[in-house]
Ligand binder design. Structure first.
Ligand SMILES: *Cc1c(COP(=O)(O)O)cnc(C)c1O
Length: 403
């Protein structure tokens, strides 16, 4: 959890822009990008930033300037990516269960299309034949083993075309004259074990030999970041080393060099983000001491949605004595951020900081309870930029009739 932003800076930002507030550290984003680029530098790697993790235009521009491409899962993300300056061929559109009309519209926009369903592939072949190359999302059916969770690559998952359906894919390619330029997998989040990742990669490398027009293999994402101070993370360097060896062998067997793609969201932006929230009340009950915040799962949903752990620090009293709190939001529904969390003594009015709030923080925020969504600030060295202003009630009502 190393950072270039200090606690004092965060407090000053909360004073200036008000809380709740999302703050992002551009240097941490760059550091993470370079870490990944460096680990795979001998693989002809292209890193696509997964826009859904944090979709602010300024963040997309930051990654574009670093040389990234973009992973988009909706036509809206594609359009935002184009606005941010990505060229269409740098954007891979990976939809799931969208209408064929949306896919056609993305073809019109010129982006790369990733198909994860046989019936869509068939419609695509009927319409475009070899005129528009495609990428195929494969479900390799690698299953969780023990301490980690793979949530999109397993047998019950709705994602991808099963590895066991490749014979059918082959038939479609032949009969509809499809041109498959890429194969893809994304097996889910928080993959810690390098070897699990490599097992999936092995399946794709093997499969790619059957496709003559491959330009790239996309290994998706799922790299784990540290949520707790002593958490272990995916050993990206080790993964890079092992992948490089395997990649080189593949290129030799295949007869020419191809590109390797990754599409991380969390790995690139999670650690760069801080969510700052003010404590409205301390409420002692018969069972615990609640710290009630001026925010809720409307602004940071991960704890409610996934039981995700976010490290919390009390910025206002960093040297206070330690006490145990249950940290909750103001939503009229249970929205617990943390149970039994040791924190430096909290007083009403203190500013708490949620760490690892860059990915799936603001991106999942809503107006539930008719609350306004927070502002976002990007810190880049000594430059501070408000990259999204706080909403107003007018924003929230803007689409309603009868005003
Ligand atoms: C969400 C998603 C990602 C990013 O996943 P992270 O765990 O944030 O790295 C990459 N690719 C696809 C297709 C996704 O849906």
């Amino acid at each position: 959890m190393s950072t270039s932003i200090t606690q004092q800076q965060l407090i000053a930002l909360a004073d200036e822009y008000g809380a709740p507030l999302y703050v992002y550290d551009a240097e941490v984003m760059r550091r993470q990008y370079r870490k990944m680029e460096d680990a795979f530098k001998e693989c002809n790697v292209k890193i696509h930033y997964a826009a859904k993790a944090l979709t602010n235009l300024q963040v997309l521009r930051l990654f574009r300037e670093l040389g990234a491409g973009l992973d988009a899962v909706s036509i809206e993300e594609v359009k935002i990516g184009l606005m941010a300056g990505f060229s269409p061929e740098e954007i891979l559109y990976t939809p799931n269960c969208v209408s064929f009309a949306e896919i056609e519209a993305c073809v019109e926009l010129g982006v790369k299309i990733n198909i994860d369903n046989i019936s869509i592939l068939e419609q695509f072949g009927n319409k475009y034949g070899a005129t528009v190359p495609v990428c195929i999302r494969v479900n390799p059916h690698i299953m969780a083993g023990g301490h980690y969770k793979i949530s999109t690559g397993h047998i019950d998952s709705k994602f991808g075309i099963s590895i066991h359906q490749m014979r059918h894919v082959e038939r479609l390619i032949k009969s509809l004259n499809l041109k498959v330029e890429g194969i893809h997998m994304h097996t889910g989040s928080d993959i810690l074990d390098v070897d699990v990742f490599l097992n999936g990669a092995e399946i794709l490398f093997d499969l790619a030999l059957d496709f003559p027009d491959i330009q790239y293999i996309d290994f998706g994402s799922g790299f784990k970041v540290a949520y707790k101070p002593d958490d272990v993370t995916t050993d990206i360097k080790l993964l890079g080393k092992k992948m490089t060896a395997r990649y080189k062998k593949f290129c030799k067997d295949y007869g020419r060099d191809i590109q390797i793609h990754f599409e991380p969201g969390k790995f690139l932006v999670s650690e760069s983000g801080y969510f700052l929230a003010k404590v409205n009340v301390i409420k002692q009950t018969t069972a615990t001491v609640f710290a009630g915040l001026d925010t809720g799962f409307n602004h940071l949903m991960r704890p409610t949605l996934y039981d995700a752990y976010h490290h919390i620090t009390n910025l206002s009293n960093p040297h206070g004595k330690q006490r145990v709190y249950t940290v909750v939001g103001y939503i009229c529904e249970t929205d617990t951020f943390a149970w039994d969390r040791p924190l430096k003594e909290i007083n009403e009015g203190d500013i708490l900081c949620f760490h690892n709030a860059g990915a799936y923080g603001f991106a999942m925020a809503s107006n539930y309870n008719s609350r306004l969504r927070p502002a976002e600030v990007l810190v880049d060295g000594d430059k501070v930029k408000l990259i999204r202003r706080r909403e107003t009630l007018e924003d929230v009502l803007a689409t309603q009739a009868g005003l």
